[in-house]
Design a protein around this ligand. Structure first.
Ligand code: ZN
Length: 475
């Protein structure tokens, strides 16, 4: 019998603030361990936390971009647990009264087409420190620079039905967060971290099965692989008539296996209570409205607009809108005078390749348009244009036409010059001319090839044909 997979995701996102959530310590990755710490983020007696206004602003911005309702009052709570990376013995988080609730992320499901995955809540919390298992042999060290870093946790509804959908949800969520500039979403540096809940049930059943949680997944590809492994494990258990036990699991990317980390805590294990040092977070409606008005055009809207305004295919619109700078560059190229179809071809070809390498656009839109013009008016071939492009990228002062001339890539279109080339070719191949005249039409390709060769690729093949035809008639 078939099983239906039910997946929900919890995503932790570090906010791009200069300082930490409740103190003035630097929020910076890569500094020497334990240099960005103070009595507040270490939770020393008598230290009082003060919320970071910029972190609240970014959290509200993220929530609004996800279509959530931002609440006028939310409550900071203490989540108690004892780990060495959490010196206070509790984490300041939000529990029953979070900053924002009920949003959505639209995505293209490989199996179901366009779907909308609900966002249950977005709340603000502080990060814990980091345990280092590889610095001192046989021992564990702790770096508390990360303790107190501002995070938002974004919890989805269990609306996802396959590991591939989960990956696509994350891709879309990351795009939105990058567009709004709330985080750099760098997974290698831990700016974006994913926990995934998965259960299975019979199709048509409304009740959820027993879920397991996969912790600390460090790439979108591994989220998908881990969910596939866990789905298969749960299906095999149930098919054998055994039960799934609620638990927290770790995924080993090398072996592709999940292993038990601990049996799952319930929220009562954390003994949440409102933090007595922090009053409720109160946001006035006008402030929330201002944050909403500040939002940039979001990826989904941008994709739709690229399709309707420039007749770009939905697939290409998705590629262009994947990163805001790419879409902006595309629009600048069109505004500078390129046909949208030529701009798509160039931006998603050689331009994006260079951008992915360096993170920059080396050729200003107007200069790319000059190159596209040379190509579309036939001054240079498409192949030649691609040879010119890296020259333009390497030298911001270089002009497309000057480069084409210097590299000898300007196509030969002068009728007299073409006529001389054709005459040379025909004189050099009298036997082929004879065969052509007795009906071997396919030799036309041979002659064109010979002319191209003699011109060292500079002849415009479209211009060669009629000259050849005329000269062959005359012979
Ligand atoms: Zn501090």
């Amino acid at each position: 019998m078939a099983w239906e997979v039910v997946i929900g995701l919890e995503v932790h996102v570090q906010l791009l603030t200069r300082s930490k959530m409740f103190c003035g310590c630097a929020n910076r990755f890569g500094d020497r361990p334990n240099t960005n710490v103070c009595p507040i983020c270490l939770g020393l007696p008598g230290a009082l936390p003060v919320p970071n206004a910029e972190a609240v602003r970014l959290a509200a911005r993220a929530a609004l971009a996800l279509g959530c309702t931002v609440h006028e009052a939310s409550v900071f709570a203490r989540k108690n647990y004892f780990y060495p990376d959490l010196p206070k013995g509790y984490q300041i988080s939000q529990f029953d009264v979070p900053l924002a609730t009920r949003g959505a992320v639209a995505l293209e499901s490989p199996e179901r087409g366009r779907i909308v995955c609900g966002v249950t809540r977005l709340h603000v919390e502080e990060d814990a420190g980091k345990l280092l298992h590889d610095r001192i042999s046989g021992k564990t060290a702790v770096d508390l620079n990360r303790a107190g870093t501002p995070l938002v946790e974004i919890v989805s509804e269990p609306d996802l039905r396959s590991p591939a959908e989960a990956r696509e949800y994350l891709r879309m969520l990351r795009q939105i967060l990058l567009y709004t500039g709330v985080s750099d979403c760098n997974m290698e540096e831990g700016s974006l971290r994913v926990d995934a809940n998965i259960s299975i049930r019979r199709p048509g059943s409304a009740a959820l099965g027993v879920k397991c949680e996969l912790k600390n997944l460090n790439s979108f590809a591994n989220v998908e692989r881990a969910l596939e492994a866990e789905r298969d494990r749960q299906m095999a258990l149930m098919d054998r008539g055994e039960r799934v036990v609620q638990s927290t699991l770790l995924f080993n990317a090398a072996s592709g296996q999940v292993k038990l980390m601990r049996s799952k805590e319930e929220s009562h294990d954390y003994r949440y209570f409102p933090d007595p040092d922090l009053p409720p977070l109160v946001l006035v409606p006008a402030w929330i409205a201002d944050r909403e008005a500040e939002l940039p055009e979001l990826p989904e809207t941008k994709r739709a607009r690229l399709v309707s305004a420039y007749a770009v295919s939905p697939y290409h619109a998705g590629q262009l809108a994947a990163e805001r700078p790419i879409a902006d560059y595309f629009e600048a190229v069109v505004a500078a005078g390129a046909e949208p179809k030529d701009a798509v071809r160039w931006v998603l070809g050689d331009v994006i390749a260079g951008y992915n390498e360096s993170g920059q656009f080396a050729v200003a839109p107007a200069r790319l348009v000059a190159l596209i013009r040379l190509e579309t008016e036939g001054t240079v071939s498409g192949q030649a244009a691609r040879k010119i492009f890296p020259e333009l990228a390497a030298d911001p002062a270089a002009d497309a036409r000057a480069v084409a001339e210097r590299m000898g890539l300007v196509q030969l279109r002068d009728q007299d010059a073409l006529g001389r080339l054709v005459d040379e070719v025909l004189s050099a191949h009298p036997a082929e001319v004879q065969r052509f005249r007795s009906g071997e039409d396919k030799l036309m390709g041979f002659f064109v090839g010979q002319v191209m060769k003699r011109s060292q690729g500079k002849a415009d093949p479209k211009g060669v044909q009629p000259v050849l035809a005329r000269k062959l008639q005359e012979r």
